[in-house]
Ligand binder design. Structure first.
Ligand code: KIV
Length: 277
């Protein structure tokens, strides 16, 4: 088992964990308090995901799923800086939001560089293979570690015809495998595999030397990531099939708020114990 509790986690640790066969966890975090708690729990990688568009900002697609497309670089900078203030040991990775890296290489460098320089991130993540491989190598050559993201890539939701599992057809599966190899060649230190058949994710994991981090991609990935709201039971509305709720903090929050409201309404709070003499 990876022991992330001793010294700050580096991108090179992830590659070593893969070599050693040590599985590892990654969770999203968007704020100071959550980052401090997850760091205390020994979660070795925190992702300031652009999923904050849904979890923190309430952006929804027309069919009701979370929408990452409206997230701006300024949104990411603000949330990433808060996470960096809360975490001491975890490796901090932030998403490059939609339209912050697709327009040109200089724009991508500036966006990624600001997440490192202003928000205290140690790496960035971006979605896609193909044309994006040039962006990955451009950033890596400038000293910015990059995590890739293949399969169900939410920033391409409209091109995919919705948030759908990818790589079911042989040709699409081959393309994903080629993209994973391409990311490794471009210098990415890890790759998220989202929403794809478990068998394909296993094949990709065995085909590359960089660690794969699965979400809705089965057990054979080197690491696993979940959106923290999903795994804590805080998500408003339905969650995907692959989500396991490790707590029911949404229900606990509602129950606590009801108890507080009722105590106030009955004149039971604040009692002498919670008042100044
Ligand atoms: O934005 C995000 O939270 C992500 C994870 C789901 C991997 O990209």
């Amino acid at each position: 088992m990876a022991d992330p509790t001793r010294k700050p986690v580096q991108v090179t640790d992830l590659v070593r964990w893969k070599r050693d066969g040590s599985r590892f966890a990654m969770l999203t975090a968007y704020d100071y308090t959550t980052a401090a708690l997850l760091d205390r729990a020994g979660v070795p990688v925190l992702l300031v995901g652009d999923s904050l568009g849904g979890t923190m900002l309430g952006h929804q697609l027309r069919d009701g799923g979370p929408d990452t497309l409206p997230v701006t670089l300024e949104d990411m900078l603000r949330h990433a800086a808060a996470v960096a203030r809360g975490a001491r040991r975890a490796l901090l990775v932030a998403d490059l939001p939609f339209l912050s890296y697709q327009v040109g290489l200089d724009q991508a460098t500036l966006a990624a560089g600001r997440l490192i320089k202003e928000a205290g991130m140690q790496a960035v993540k971006l979605e896609g293979g193909g044309a994006m491989l040039e962006v990955v190598s451009h950033l890596v050559e400038r000293g910015i570690p990059v995590m890739g993201h293949l399969g169900l890539t939410p920033q391409s939701v409209h091109a995919m015809g919705g948030l759908r599992v990818q790589g079911r057809e042989p040709l699409a599966a081959e393309r994903l495998l080629a993209d994973a190899r391409g990311l490794q060649g471009a210098g990415a230190f890890a790759v998220v595999l989202e929403g794809m058949p478990a068998k394909l994710a296993g094949e990709i994991t065995r085909a590359v030397d960089i660690p794969t981090i699965g979400i809705g991609a089965g057990l054979d990935c080197d690491g696993q990531v979940l959106v923290v709201h999903d795994m804590l039971g805080l998500t408003i509305g339905p969650t995907a099939k692959f989500v396991r709720r490790f707590a029911e903090l949404g229900e606990a929050t509602v129950a606590a708020a009801v108890a507080f409201r009722e105590a106030v309404e009955r004149g039971e709070y604040p009692d002498p114990e919670h008042s100044y003499a």
